[in-house]
Design a protein around this ligand. Structure first.
Ligand SMILES: [Zn+2]
Length: 585
């Protein structure tokens, strides 16, 4: 029986007291008069004296609103059916939106000033912020138009909202039968579980029934996706970008070539994938291998209690030094993590928190091997936040996803390294290698294929060609074929998979999973095989927040993402793992 929230012990829950001890304390802070009027009074009066004051006010106000928001969203996620925190969450969200609207004049007014202010001594502490702002000057609009853009955000997000409501709330799936003809209830959560089942009939029925549902709604889903891609194009055009890809990458100063060379590198290294599929097919003794045969673990099944998972994670980060290890240990012991599932708790896992709180990790820990790696992953994010917040001022303490996924997957690599060293039997070892192979397959190969599909979606819309379910299905099928191998049999149903991937609504997001893992593999090898220099370069990267552009932070850590080397090294590593698995079986 799943526990109720009130029955979760304090030791297993996160400790949010550093933010607010109660809803009334939160409400008191929420109602406290703020300094917004003081900032608004500086409108149309910006100069070298008032601008530093305006920026201090602006960032302080944002910081206060984030603190309110963080507590409310964490409490809301503890039990999303609890209306007290649902209301608090909505109030905090509105507050952030209103703040963004009321201060949308600030950036345009700064950009009307002379560019020399970037280096003015009065603005020394905002130097990088101003440099980044002026680098995008030609894509900023006059304040009246910025206001319109801010107002348009909500209606432009309807496509994704509808996708989410339709597929999460309105979709009811047919029951699926296993090999004994026993019916099972199908949901988004059970879909993943059934695909890991050893019962092939259950896996096949699950896969087909699940996709049949999306197929039945493919016209609506196509229009929703087209709506969101058109919204990206609207924003790109309104801000004078060449295309949607430039609009997504340029603000973070990521060269467009990184996107293209990732796709090129992965596509030209697909042979090890064939090796792995062949290995899997032979081991299972199947005549043909389908996508629904890819998810169950063939070797040893791990059962890892929560305390053991923490212990493994703490020991695995030893190469990062005592201070790192000690900080993480204390964090995990003293309420960073909300460990287990309870009724109404948000599913999945994440790392959150804000400048005025410790990092917080939401888990739904289930004692399986994947969950140990998930906890390690989120702990990597949390330590990145810890270091960036400690070493940067508020306005540089955040970091973009391009670097975030490096810090998290780096820790997964360290964990894999330790567990492999300590694995007792060859079946334990095989299970570990297989999970690492599946992880790279799902991150490097699959996300790069998604990235290519996303580029296709945007190019079609940019060039005025309408998206239809038929053309999406055809393209998706073609990509699946070119990113897999003749060893894999592709069923007719797979072409409609495009219709169920929420990430296609995220605007050039997924490629960063592939670049992040590639950088993490390269950097973890450097730290594991290196000395203090490599370790300190990596720790400096964690401390960097957004004080530099992502590509530059990574370059200083020791990996150059503008070359194809990190992708090629990651692909070579994948090939090495598949060879090891073959040899040991
Ligand atoms: Zn992550």
């Amino acid at each position: 029986m799943t526990k109720l929230r009130k029955d979760i012990s304090k030791a297993d829950a996160w400790n949010l007291d550093a933010l607010y001890p109660s809803i009334s304390a939160w409400q008191t802070d929420f109602d406290r008069p703020d300094n917004l009027a003081e900032l608004l009074a500086l409108r149309a009066k910006l100069d070298l004296i008032s601008l530093p004051k305006a920026l201090h006010l602006y960032f302080n106000l944002q910081r206060e609103s984030e603190k309110l928001y963080t507590w409310a969203h964490l409490k809301h996620d503890e039990d999303i059916t609890d209306s007290i925190y649902k209301v608090a969450h909505e109030k905090a969200q509105n507050r952030l939106q209103i703040f963004a609207q009321k201060t949308s004049w600030l950036a345009p007014e700064i950009l009307e000033m002379d560019e020399h202010i970037i280096t003015a001594k009065e603005l020394h502490e905002f130097h990088v912020y101003l440099e980044k702002l002026f680098a995008l000057k030609k894509h900023h609009l006059p304040s009246s138009e910025e206001k319109l853009m801010a107002l348009a955000l909500q209606p432009l997000s309807t496509g994704y909202k509808c996708f989410s409501s339709l597929t999460n709330a309105d979709f009811l799936f047919d029951e699926v039968l296993d090999s004994n003809k026993t019916p099972h209830e199908l949901s988004h959560a059970s879909y993943g579980l059934y695909l890991q089942s050893k019962d092939r009939v259950l896996r096949e029925n699950t896969f087909k029934t699940y996709h049949k549902k999306y197929s039945a709604f493919k016209n609506t889903l196509c229009d929703l996706l087209q709506g969101k891609i058109t919204a990206h194009l609207f924003e790109a055009k309104a801000r004078g970008f060449e295309n949607c890809l430039e609009a997504a990458l340029k603000p973070k100063n990521i060269p467009l070539s990184v996107y293209h060379s990732l796709i090129k590198a992965v596509k030209s290294h697909l042979e090890p994938l064939t090796d792995y599929y062949t290995f899997r097919k032979d081991l299972l003794g199947y005549k043909d291998l389908h996508l629904y045969d890819m998810n169950h673990i063939l070797a040893h099944t791990y059962t890892i209690p929560y305390a053991k998972a923490e212990d493994l994670i703490i020991r695995s980060v030893r190469p990062l030094g005592e201070e790192y290890q000690e900080t993480l240990y204390r964090g995990l012991q003293s309420g960073w993590v909300d460990r287990f599932e309870n009724k109404g708790k948000r599913s999945g896992a994440y790392s959150s928190g804000c400048f005025d709180s410790p990092p917080y990790i939401l888990m739904n820990y289930k004692e399986i091997l994947r969950d140990v790696f998930t906890l390690g992953h989120e702990a990597g994010h949390s330590m990145h936040s810890h270091y960036s917040r400690k070493h940067q001022p508020y306005h540089y303490s955040d970091y973009p996803i391009f670097v975030a996924e490096v810090a998290s997957t780096f820790n997964e690599q360290l964990l894999f390294n330790l567990m492999l060293k300590e694995s007792g039997s060859s079946s334990e070892r095989n299970a570990l290698i297989q999970s690492q192979i599946d992880n790279i397959r799902a991150t490097l190969f699959r996300q790069t294929m998604f990235a290519e599909f996303e580029l296709f979606l945007h190019t079609e819309v940019e060039e005025g060609r309408p998206l239809t379910p038929e053309c999406l299905e055809e393209k998706y099928f073609e990509l699946l074929k070119s990113y897999s191998s003749p060893v894999l049999t592709l069923d007719d149903e797979v072409g409609v998979e495009w219709a169920r991937i929420p990430h296609f609504y995220y605007n050039f997001y997924v490629y960063q999973y592939a670049t992040g893992l590639s950088a993490a593999i390269a950097l973890s090898q450097k730290v594991l095989n290196g000395n203090d220099n490599e370790r300190n370069s990596y720790l400096n990267f964690l401390k960097g927040g957004s004080s530099k552009y992502p590509i530059d932070l990574l370059k200083e850590a020791g990996v150059d993402m503008t070359t194809t080397a990190p992708f090629e090294d990651a692909l070579a590593y994948f090939a090495q793992l598949t060879r090891e698995l073959k040899v040991s079986n």
